[in-house]
Ligand binder design. Sequence first.
Ligand code: PBG
Length: 317
Amino acid sequence: MIRPRRLRISPSLRKLVEEVELSPSKLVAPVFVCEGRGIQKPHPQLPTSYTFSVDRLIPYVKSLKKLGIISTVLFGVSKKKDAKGSEALNSHGPVVKAIEAIRNAVPDFLVMTDIALDPYTDHGHDGLYKNGEILNDETVQVLCEMSLLHVRSGAQIVAPSDMMDGRVRAIRRRLEKENMKNVSILAYTAKYASSLYGPFRDTLGAKVKGDKKSYQMNPANRREALRELRLDIEEGADMVMVKPASWYLDVIADFKRESDVPVAAYQVSGECAMIELGARAKLFDRSRAIMESTLSIKRAGADVILTYFAKDIAELL
Ligand code: PBG
């Protein structure tokens, strides 16, 4: 008789035939950095995700490394906001200092940085914004400068999250021109105009004027993501990303099937906060929900997962 349950009968058998596995080295821990000293502030809905001043950052990064996590993605948090997001290009800002500090203290740690203007614009948009419109090509120029600044400070990977057209090509060209040949671009390739970014925007203190639907993708669209995929790879992306993750597993599976570059997925702040709140309300067990959600993202095809639970997962493993 054919009995599929045979392979489920003991923990060892279940482990032997397990199809996908989470591992700390494939998890990227998002870290928020701000000005000041002595700051390590947990997010109210994401108690294991922090905003740090640079002086508090290194012990945390070392604790990640001890658990087998080898990469972080840095986001700036700033009160200095204006229409142009000028602070994005401040060569003495906290992101630059954080990159330098991490590369000095933990040289082999991979530092990627989010490339977009929204932490620094008073209108909350990822790009330059005039008369209700996002200026695509002008924004791309600023993103190139921002990438260059981060790479000069030591970032090994830049991750443009702005969804402007042509930005991967422009950043790639700019980096080549500056002889920065070994810097990877992780493109936020299919980034959807999602309801799930709320807790992140709270951290940034970003209030978006209107919405981001003229650049982030329509959640109804699956085939359009393949177009973005083709373009980003043609333009020189080394890795591609789907964001958010859990509600877009079909898109992750498509990317895995249709491309030959590493596929990343971003379990965003709202996804993680839902799990925290559900666990707090005793709807389910927190650890099991964290593991199941990220395992699903992995099973769908993600090679790399950006998640606020990176450290929690590494501890659970
Ligand atoms: C924007 C950016 C966003 C996130 C990462 N980069 C938010 C947005 O598009 O408004 C969201 C991440 C999260 O919710 O965890 N550059």
